[in-house]
Write a protein that binds this ligand. Structure first.
Ligand code: GLU
Length: 878
């Protein structure tokens, strides 16, 4: 009977008995670690829920020990061993843990450690499922490298931190790094302000924090009080528990706070978090719901035990054993159990749990989280093999597309004193802050701020350097400041070009422009000796001369043809022997000349045709003389400017011969336009600019001065030219625009504010406010409108195009005259043939014979009876 009871007892313990998992958790400041207890209970219960009826269930045996009390820890371990535990979850306190470990080493009972421990070594019974210290150290180093921190400060709170940071500390040997290391609060006063003030006074903006989670909230709060929580500062917190902190007061500070965590999908671990929360509520009357890494590791540890038990249950005679510390006994399956546990790989709360050959958890995935307005958001991952993979998965792209709200944001806006974008306000009073500046850019920012409700502070860039890239790829000027995060926005005559757009972001252009030439107004030319000829262009003069010849010859030839022009030389003789014609060649020319000079002549045409020609000629002269007189008046009244060049090509061609210097603003967008242009003329200009540095100006205003005083042509953007020619009346713009581009407000690359600012600019343009601002600063303020736009239209000679109509009318007159003559001649010959009885053809022959006898200006008259006359004709024609 005694043996039967013993057998039943053994069977209960060894065959079907529940498996006890022990745990020793430290109290913290007298309070028991309810969260660890809750985590263990939660893990055991959830595993049991999934275990089949005939499978052994897990039970937990938890004991609480005082902090830093190794003696008590050993004692409690022995008590647990006497219960027959299969494994023990160790406490966070290292001294306690070491005491437990020493007992368990002797008894070959696995101890599970869930905290960072640099000293954990292979060969002991400890199974540490916290990421391996060396791998973590590498993750920190990777961060420094990926974020390219060359100058940073490390804040740590205890000696353990230094072990964690050993890889980073090695960087101090590298001269390219400036690393300042400060212990936060050696004497546990909870006041970190001295160190924080030191940071605020320095120019360091990158801060690496290694502290316990319970100090972190206070540290961040004090940093905010010290002004270290704004977009200038970048923080990296290596604590894996930042997800349990509340960052509500830092969310809108725009501080770059990055951290890492091993609990994958914290949000998916809701159930566990709630379980932990409920347990606390039961104990304490308020709820503290959070899932620290240590608690997740307890849950994963229980899973690991359960998975190992499943594998061990097929081992013959496998069972737990009650052990006594006073004996030398140990658990015979202990080492096998432990080794099997180390081979387990499974997906747990902290991602994929897997141990390397050395028994460490060296392959794990961490999530990279960043503080955003919605909290700590996952922006990438880190793995030991692949390093950081920052896909910024957490960023909601739809929000970025629409642009982030600018409401209540504080922007530092960099400006320059480039006319008319920025001026110092003229006032008898001493002005401070933004009041000190006025100008187009200032008004524009003001309008945008009113629309988008943001605050701004102007920062003046005194050297007016908009920014250019040097040979080493570094940006100078305003763009350099933007990239270095000294300012947030830059506004001036900042031209958008592709090179700049690669380095910074621009809003949509608020003004369009192109490059043109600013040069002195052309001077009045010396009076010309032949200036009387100026009113008509050469072709008009030529046309007039040709028409004069045509008219004169027409008078001569048609005059001879026209019967009416043959007149009786002796009017008292009724029937003259011969007739004479007044239109000799000389008389014809004289007639035309008389008409041309508007003086008339003694010669008066008689025939319809000659009168027709004469009339048309006089009409032509009338119109031409009137045009000549009017245009001559215009020529006399207007200055005749002498342009040294007319456009960019003629400037380049004539620069040397006419002694003209030319250049542009050094390293400005205009200079860069020529530098990168493929056009041969522009390349020549760039070559000139490069080889004549003395012709390049530091600021456009220097170039304007040069242009006013010397023969200097300044390549400048037409917006600037418009401004200057309103105020300097001896300057004028030459040629057309060489290109077409715009001015934009610049900000750092990938800025979330770009689209909001761009749409605000478009709104200002559509409401007409932009035009009003332009009118105000270009035409009205600061000497605008001084130079009344002169009617610079110089008198131009009248070309054939202007007067061709009147020439055509004259030629048509000639043609009509010719037709009339022919009709008249026909009628006349017919009549004469009838009267004289000479046949028509004979009469025509006679007439033509007389006509071609050009030497004779007289012709005989044929008369008498038909036969007689025929004879007479025959005789005459002989
Ligand atoms: N707007 C130019 C720039 O952004 C400066 C003036 C110029 O180059 O003509 O650099």
């Amino acid at each position: 009977m005694k043996y039967l009871v013993f057998f039943i007892y053994l069977c209960l313990e060894k065959c079907i008995g529940d498996i006890i998992v022990g745990a020793l958790f430290d109290k913290h400041r007298g309070k028991i670690d309810t969260h660890s207890i809750a985590a263990l209970k939660y893990a055991v219960e959830s595993i049991n829920n999934e275990t089949a009826e005939n499978e052994p269930k897990l039970v937990y045996k938890i004991m609480n020990i005082e902090e830093n009390n190794p003696f008590q820890a050993m004692k409690k371990t022995c008590e647990l061993l006497e219960e027959g535990v299969i494994a023990i979850f160790g406490p966070q306190n290292l001294k306690n843990f070491e005491a437990i470990q020493s007992v368990c080493d002797a008894k070959e009972i696995p101890v599970i450690q869930t905290r960072w421990n640099a000293k954990s070594r292979r060969g002991s019974t400890v199974i540490n499922n916290y990421p391996h210290p060396d791998v973590l150290s590498k993750a920190y180093l990777d961060f420094i490298k990926v974020w390219n921190w060359k100058r940073f400060i490390v804040l740590y709170d205890n000696d353990e931190s230094l072990l964690r940071l050993k890889e980073i500390l090695k960087l101090t040997l590298d001269r390219s790094y400036t690393i300042i290391i400060r212990r936060l609060d050696q004497y546990n006063t909870g006041i970190y302000r001295t160190i924080l003030r030191e940071i605020a006074d320095s120019d360091l903006t990158n801060i690496f924090i290694d502290t316990r989670i319970d100090l972190l909230q206070e540290l961040l709060q004090q940093s905010q009080q010290m002004g270290l929580m704004n977009k200038r500062y970048n923080y990296f917190i290596n604590n894996l528990d930042t997800h349990i902190l509340d960052f509500w007061n830092l969310k809108y500070s725009q501080t770059n706070i990055t951290s890492i965590r091993i609990i994958n999908n914290v949000r998916n671990s809701k159930e566990a978090t709630e379980a932990l929360c409920v347990k606390v509520e039961e104990d304490e009357l308020y709820s503290e719901c959070y899932l620290r890494t240590a608690y997740s590791l307890i849950i994963d540890g229980v899973m690991m035990i359960q998975k190992t038990i499943k594998d061990m249950k097929d081992v013959p005679n496998f069972g737990t054993k009650k052990l006594s510390c006073s004996s030398t006994d140990s658990w015979e399956y202990g080492l096998s159990f432990m080794n099997l546990m180390r081979t387990k790989s499974f997906e747990g709360m902290t991602g994929f749990n897997k141990f390397d050959n050395a028994g460490y958890r060296s392959a794990f995935l961490m999530e990279v989280v960043e503080l955003q307005e919605t909290g700590m958001i996952k922006v990438g991952t880190w793995t030991a093999g692949g390093g950081y993979n920052l896909a910024r998965m957490g960023i909601n792209t739809s929000t970025t597309d629409q642009g982030e709200s600018l409401a209540n944001m504080n922007f530092t806006v960099q400006i320059t004193l480039t006319k008319p974008f920025g001026f110092l306000t003229e006032s008898p009073n001493i002005l401070v802050g933004n009041e000190r500046y006025e100008g187009f850019a200032i008004d524009l920012i003001k309008a945008l701020a009113e629309m988008e409700h943001f605050n701004y502070t102007f920062v003046l860039r005194e050297d007016n350097d908009n920014g250019s890239k040097d040979s080493s790829g570094r940006w100078s000027g305003m763009l350099g400041e933007l990239i270095n995060k000294t300012t947030d926005l830059a506004i001036t005559d900042l031209t958008i070009n592709s090179q700049r757009a690669e380095a910074v972001d621009f809003t949509s252009p608020f003004m369009n422009l192109g490059i043109a030439i600013l040069f002195q107004k052309p001077k009045e030319a010396e009076p010309n000796f032949f200036s009387f000829a100026d009113p008509f262009a050469f072709d008009t003069w030529a046309g007039l001369f040709v028409t004069f010849l045509v008219v004169s010859f027409s008078m001569y030839f048609l005059g001879r043809l026209s019967p009416s022009e043959w007149t009786n030389p002796y009017p008292c003789i009724q029937e003259p022997e011969y007739l004479i014609n007044q239109f000799t060649l000389a008389n014809s020319f004289w007639f035309s000349t008389g008409c041309l000079m508007q003086q008339g002549s003694e010669i008066a045409p008689i025939a319809t045709a000659t009168r027709m020609i004469g009339t048309m000629w006089m009409f032509l002269i009338l119109i031409l003389v009137a045009s000549y007189t009017a245009n001559l008046a215009a020529f006399l009244a207007t200055e005749n400017p002498e342009k040294l060049f007319t456009d960019v090509t003629s400037l380049v061609e004539n620069a040397d011969s006419k002694n003209i210097r030319y250049g542009a603003k050094k390293n400005g967008a205009t200079y860069n336009f020529f530098k990168h242009s493929k056009n041969p003329t522009y390349q020549k200009i760039f070559e000139h600019m490069r080889s004549h540095p003395e012709d390049m100006v530091k600021e456009n205003s220097d170039g304007v001065k040069l242009a006013m005083e010397t023969q200097y042509a300044l390549f400048m953007e037409n917006t600037g030219i418009d401004y200057e020619i309103q105020r300097h009346c001896n300057l004028v713009m030459y040629g057309d625009l060489l290109d077409n581009k715009g001015y934009g407000i610049a900000m750092r690359k990938h800025s979330p504010y770009r689209s909001r600012l761009s749409s605000a600019i478009l709104k200002l343009q559509s409401t007409g406010l932009m035009d009003n601002l332009k009118r105000k600063w270009w035409q009205e303020k600061r000497g605008g409108g001084q130079c009344v736009a002169e009617d610079t239209q110089a008198a131009t000679p009248l070309g054939m195009k202007n007067v061709e109509g009147v020439f055509v009318v004259t030629i048509e007159g000639l043609a009509i005259g010719l037709s009339i003559v022919l009709i008249e001649k026909y009628i006349n010959i017919s009549r004469m043939s009838k009267q004289s009885g000479i046949s028509f053809w004979n009469m025509l022959k006679h007439e033509m014979k007389c006509y071609v006898d050009f030497e004779n200006m007289s012709k005989p008259v044929l008369r008498g009876a038909e036969e007689e006359n025929e004879e007479e004709y025959q005789e005459y024609s002989k």
